[in-house]
Design a binder for this molecule. Structure first.
Ligand code: SF4
Length: 448
């Protein structure tokens, strides 16, 4: 007689915030699936709902609080985790019915709370998880978190007080995870942390054995090993995010020129004017960055550099802003995002003198976006007529598809729109002739 297994409880997940929080959500769900829990895509089918919150900006906090309120109204059995979990008293005061609250990357607490409030029936199967873990991103790209926390104290940021100082993962553990992801179909690894170039500083760059080799806990070694996971027939793109321009960053540029890792650097410069960078207390703030950017382009002409900037930081004068605009003209960055300065509760920058009026922030923001869009448009125009590798993100029913070139990270950069596609599938990497461009995106056709 067949054994009738009890139905395991189902967990719903609302995941807010940055890619690092998304990785946390994936880890929590992976563990819960390993413990035998089911997942529910909606409130109605869930026995319990997890809300992974973001507490970075006041606007993100408000969004997190709204998500908690909605989960309580729709389901009623809610566990809160993530960055906002640090403010447990405030959450409890507003939502007394919340079952449990834990902070960022406290996986055990979250999983323990789920076991307490939605206990598993006996006999649950344990082996429900694919080797790669359970992912919330599409199968063809994966975020790979290499460390937690940050040793810097940028004056506008409260992340170190939420997530603590830098704690690096062992290189062999990261490479094992990456290898499993690739075996499960990942074609693009997005390396993330708060400060990728600082990877390994806390563990003195200690080496670990990996497939018979010693691999240091260092960004360069890790990048080289990750780049070796692919082959010419089965490409694996390795994209480095949140890289600060420390001198050793120069060492990864030849790896990009060799084609071992993706020629892309996400460097959150935030500003260029020395007085603003000083007030921001930014790491690796030095005047030679522009010279180095030019040198990187000599070594690897295809390198795409993405960055974010803050305008209207307290004390930013018109001449500081003009310095930034001139710097951008010179740097010719490929992708730029910008924010108007917003005080974050608990950040030292809030007490700095000379706040910039809102209308001035708006005006500077508009000028910066206009300038960087023009730079982007010119750079994309120069790609017309070239043939580029493109990874396919989505194929539609009308025969079109969207993908990204190596210069584009998912969700934050541009796209490549393809016509006349047939037989393409998500995750394919194809050669595309670029036929047209606008300020942010490319348009083309598959050549082979
Ligand atoms: S480097 Fe600065 S902005 Fe980034 S997490 Fe650390 S303190 Fe925050």
């Amino acid at each position: 007689m067949a054994t009738i297994l009890p139905t395991p409880p189902k967990v719903g997940m609302v995941s807010l915030g940055c890619p690092k929080a998304l990785v946390d959500s994936e880890r929590i769900l992976t563990k819960l699936r390993a413990d035998g829990y089911g997942l529910s895509p909606d409130y109605a089918g869930a026995d319990i709902v997890l809300v992974n919150t973001c507490g970075f900006l006041d606007s993100a906090k408000e969004e997190s609080l709204e998500a908690i309120g909605e989960a309580i109204a729709e389901n009623g059995r809610v566990i809160v985790t993530g960055c906002l979990g640090k403010e447990a008293e405030m959450i409890r005061a507003r939502f007394p019915k919340v079952l449990a609250i834990s902070g960022a990357h406290q996986y055990e607490s979250v999983v323990g709370a789920v076991h307490e409030y939605a206990p598993m029936p006996k006999n649950a199967f344990l082996n429900l998880v694919p080797d790669s873990g359970l992912k919330l991103t599409p199968r063809h790209y994966s975020y790979l978190k290499i460390s937690e926390g940050c040793n810097h104290r940028c004056s506008f940021c409260i992340i170190p007080s939420i997530r603590g100082d830098l704690v690096s993962r062992r290189p062999d553990a990261i490479l094992r995870e990456a290898e499993k992801l690739v075996a499960a179909g990942t074609k693009e690894l997005l390396v993330i942390s708060q400060d990728t170039s600082a990877y390994g500083v806390d563990i003195r760059h200690q080496s670990r054995e990996w497939h018979g080799r010693e691999v240091r806990a260092h960004m360069t070694d890790l990048a080289r090993e990750l780049g070796s996971l692919g082959t010419p027939e089965n490409q694996v793109w390795v994209r480095l995010h949140y890289v600060y321009p420390y001198p050793h960053v120069d060492q990864v540029i030849p790896l990009m020129a060799e084609g071992l890792i993706t020629p892309y650097l996400d460097i959150p410069f935030q500003h260029a004017a020395p007085s603003v960078l000083k007030a921001m207390k930014r790491p690796a703030n030095e005047l030679k960055v522009l010279e180095r950017v030019h040198k990187w382009r000599e070594i690897c002409p295809d390198i795409a550099i993405r960055s974010t900037f803050v305008v209207g930081f307290p004390g930013e004068t018109e001449s500081d802003f003009q310095y930034l605009m001139d710097w951008l003209d010179e740097a010719q960055l490929d992708r730029v995002g910008a924010f108007r300065f917003e005080p974050v509760q608990g950040a030292p920058a809030n007490d700095l003198p000379n706040p910039v009026p809102e209308e001035v922030k708006e005006e500077r923001y508009a000028r910066l976006m206009e300038r960087t869009a023009a730079i982007s448009a010119a750079k994309l125009q120069a790609k017309i007529g070239r043939t580029l590798d493109v990874i396919i993100d989505a194929v539609d029913e009308e025969g079109g598809a969207t993908g990204r070139s190596k210069a584009d990270a998912p969700e934050i950069d541009g796209e490549v729109f393809l016509r006349d596609t047939s037989g393409l599938a998500q995750g394919d990497i194809v050669r595309v002739l670029i036929e047209d461009a606008d300020a942010h995106d490319l348009f083309g056709v598959v050549t082979e």
